[in-house]
Design a binder for this molecule. Structure first.
Ligand code: GYE
Length: 366
């Protein structure tokens, strides 16, 4: 437990966020149901036999990207036996039916807690009701569930802000470079995921405000292969007509780079096409450093410690926040712009730093 606390405190300091304060008594009541065996483990979890561990079922999206690998590693490390957890991990392979089945299996087994990273944002109310009836608190991480509030807590990203920030950066960058017309191609993430919905909407809002053309917007499913095949077809259909490509994650960007290189399209800081990406994983930031990706908007996958913190607090009958947002910096290849100002999804005008990528930034990335 001491080890866990130290880790969580460090994490809280880094992100200046707390996942364990406040919250309504209603949440606390829901959360405490079905956790009596776990309560006794809340104070000392370092030397447990398996009967004392908190059992958790985690229905993960799949293994489609570098981001996903980092997310899985983060949750598995935080919900380890040493930290007092017995974690059952299910890779749902980007299949919503499989994910619902995994959650139903966890309910049937009577795990203490269920963690879900929802592949899509709707279709959840019935199964969350079943978990609630069984007295099993559900913690949602990363993507959101938008058609039900029958979960105890969520920790993840403000995807619309990521899209808005990408648009705000492009506006300032184009102005600085004297680029008058924007003709953009978008490669979206998995259709119906909150990450795809938010990033698409945020970028489109800025595009509409500035009269930019979005020539096409198709899904690449958050995979490198998907990004490559969408970009291959874009290169044929829109040859010479586009000057911006927006990929909704780094892996799609890697695929788009291969397709553009094969088609003889020059992209990046010295090219004719501005390449924008999301996630800012290590390999993505390497490409920012190399000038292949112009700007990369981070989505922070290190939610494991927050998740462990939430569960430990629920097990100890403490209140938790219903929503916790990860802090996410924006990364750029050139150092000409140092910040962006935009109106975020909460309607607030914000000014945020742009981090110029150096080798040191790459080395420290996830
Ligand atoms: O951007 C992508 C992953 O849900 C935020 O899913 C996550 C997204 C992430 O596959 O790389």
């Amino acid at each position: 437990m001491k080890k866990l606390l130290a880790m969580l405190m460090a994490c809280t300091m880094i992100f200046s966020l707390s996942a364990c304060s406040g919250g309504s008594s209603e949440q606390a009541e829901t959360a405490s149901a079905g956790t009596s065996s776990a309560e006794s483990t809340a104070d000392d979890s370092t030397s447990k036999d398996s009967g004392d561990l908190i059992t958790v079922g985690f229905a993960q999206v799949g293994h489609e990207s570098d981001w996903r690998t980092a997310s899985t590693n983060s949750v598995q490390a935080a919900l380890s036996k040493d930290n007092g957890f017995d974690l059952q991990f299910v890779d749902c392979d980007n299949d919503s039916a499989k994910q619902l089945e995994a959650v139903r299996n966890f309910i049937q087994q009577g795990v203490d807690y269920i963690v879900i990273d929802p592949i899509v944002s709707t279709g959840w109310d019935t199964v969350l009701g079943e978990a609630q009836n069984a007295g099993i608190p559900v913690i949602v991480i990363d993507r959101t569930i938008d058609d039900s509030d029958k979960y105890t807590a969520w920790v993840g990203s403000e995807f619309t802000n990521e899209g808005l920030a990408a648009g705000a950066w492009l506006k300032d960058y184009a102005a600085a470079k004297g680029i008058k017309e924007i003709n953009a191609l978008v490669i979206e993430g998995t259709t119906g995921s909150s990450a795809q919905i938010g990033r698409t909407a945020g970028f489109k809002k800025i595009a509409d405000e500035n009269g930019w053309k979005i020539l096409d917007s198709q899904t690449g499913n958050f995979t490198q292969d998907g990004g490559q095949s969408v970009m291959e077809s874009y290169c044929k259909s829109y040859q010479g007509k586009f000057n911006v490509v927006v990929c909704q994650n780094d892996n799609e960007a890697f695929g788009a780079e291969d397709a553009m290189s094969a088609a003889g399209v020059k992209f990046g800081t010295d090219g004719d096409v501005i390449l924008i990406s999301f996630d800012a994983c290590k390999a993505g930031l390497k490409d920012v450093l190399a000038g292949k990706i112009n700007a990369d908007f981070q989505c922070n996958p290190l939610q494991g410690p927050f998740c462990a913190d939430i569960i430990k607090n629920l097990a100890a009958d403490k209140d938790v926040e219903k929503k916790t947002y990860m802090v996410e910096p924006w990364y750029v290849s050139e150092d000409s712009l140092t910040n962006i100002t935009y109106t975020n999804n909460a309607g607030k005008s914000v000014t945020e730093d742009l981090i110029h990528v150096t080798q040191d930034v790459v080395d420290k990335a996830y």
